[in-house]
Design a protein around this ligand. Sequence first.
Ligand code: PRP
Length: 216
Amino acid sequence: MGELTIALTKGRLAYRTLELLEKVGITCEEMKDKNSRKLIFVNEELGVRFFLAKANDVPTYVEYGAADIGICGKDTILEEGRKLYEVIDLGFGTCRMCVCGPKEAGELLKHHQLIRVATKYPNIAKDYFYNKKHQTVEIIKLNGSIELAPLVGLSEVIVDIVETGSTLRENGLAVLEEICDLSARVIINQVSMKRENARITGLIRDLKDVLQEGLA
Ligand code: PRP
């Protein structure tokens, strides 16, 4: 039996994922220590290895086969556009990808004006404005605190994740248009899916069963 490698997204998502994996009998005590700086954890008994990566890098590790399985947000999957199988919607980490800005900027979205859009997700923004809305825009890539951009005059609107909406509210911004719903997903390397088919499909089935029980 080969070792299965699972890439988790560092942070909150990793802990939610570990809780879920525990329910299907995949445990890793060592990984629960939130103060640990370790990146790789092995459960030799189960033949499973975990590692923690930055969200945006999880699809990359999975496409190249450095991880057989990955758990990351749908936002990352859409943005990265990697070759992989997306097999389960885990139903947690739910939020929305939206176009946001000051309320007045809503008008600029109606008349196909050339506006500036700041975002951490240039590919998602490009796809939405160019392919869905057919509006030519200038996309400006930022790395965080995206809400700042319209406040200091860098852009008219932003494309960003909205979870509770507090960041928008506290900064006088609003959702202008919704692009899509997001949540945590399980992704699989395409070769691993063939090579380790029985183990991986077994795991997918167990996870789906646990998720369904949770809904019942
Ligand atoms: C995310 C996102 C928003 C915020 C939304 O930022 O980019 O800024 O959370 O959450 P809310 O609707 O619950 O307020 P994150 O905290 O990941 O930091 P970032 O600014 O570095 O992207």
